[in-house]
Ligand binder design. Sequence first.
Ligand code: KIV
Ligand code: ZN
Length: 388
Amino acid sequence: MDHQKVQIFDTTLRDGEQVPGCRLNTSQKVIIAQRLDEMGVDIIEAGFPISSPGDFESVKAIAKIINNASVCALTRAVKEDIEVAAKALKYAKKPRIHTGIGTSDSHIKYKFNATQSEIIERAAEAIFFAKTFVDDIEFYAEDAGRTDNEFLAKVCSEAVKAGATVLNIPDTTGYCLPDEYGAKIKYLKENVIGIDNVILSCHCHNDLGLATANSIAGVINGVRQIECTINGIGERAGNTSLEEVVMILRQHPNLGFDTNINSRLLYDTSRLVSESMGMIVQPNKAIVGANAFAHSSGIHQDGMIKNRSTYEIIDPNEVGVTESAIVLTARSGRAALAYRAKKIGYELTKLQLDIVYLEFLKLADKKKIVLDNDVHQIVKWSNIEILA
Ligand code: KIV
Ligand code: ZN
């Protein structure tokens, strides 16, 4: 089956870096951008150049060194933003300007105190202006998730007419349900004039924990670019997580899509971003969390020891994790203890295992995790002749 390519637009360095207290300096951003490029990200959103001199310098430095990915800079639909972004992108091999405006009733009324036709006018003007600097223009309809579909299609049609190459449909507030977001994309596919000449992009926030599900619903209905961040970091509850969408498309080949991402770099990249930002990855985070491939209950451990496929749908090597972990706790059974003991050199008979297991349970009730050193001690206490 031929898989259609879905482009990965990484916004770790822009939306991701908006996390309070996680600011990166230029050299940290350059290192992360190089890793994203090596990993196969198609577009790197490097920053919002008008926002600060530091961000301008970071976008400029990234634009200079990135060879494969497009480098993108964010702007509002404001001429000065666009001029500054174009300047920051001057040395990029593949520059993209990402400009746009709020389109929901709430944004139009409270942010802009404008009318729908004024919003369309401002959007088209910004795209025309950006087009005088670079060819590749992505238009975002901010709060598209809560924008009336008919009006959204109108704005998008005008954006295409003005020269946009990519249409970004952000669920800015993370409000949509997957069916609803998928239906929105389908509606745009069917109603935006010129849609076949541009790429539709999803940019989903995670306020209700639905960012990944919404992005996949988007792909199923016509999106061919996913905007996401490493570890799902970003404003408030974060953005769609890059590692999740990449692995969902790979684990479900029947959907018919794939990305250019080298998934074996996912774990290391997750750690690089986490350490650079000083932001821990929750242990139960899908794909890259410390416990994503750790098994601690007796029933699961027994299954895993018999065959990995019983409790794992992804080979940990595929995402750069060396091996699954069998963690010894008070919920572990004899199979896990025997397996661990064997790994550190003890071949236990059934009788010996019964004796050692009783000692193990006593310790495991006192300690959260029983480590290899503890197993050595337990074998010693058990006072039995063991082949070591
Ligand atoms: O969430 C959002 O709407 C954004 C846009 C600026 C693309 O980040
Ligand atoms: Zn966003």
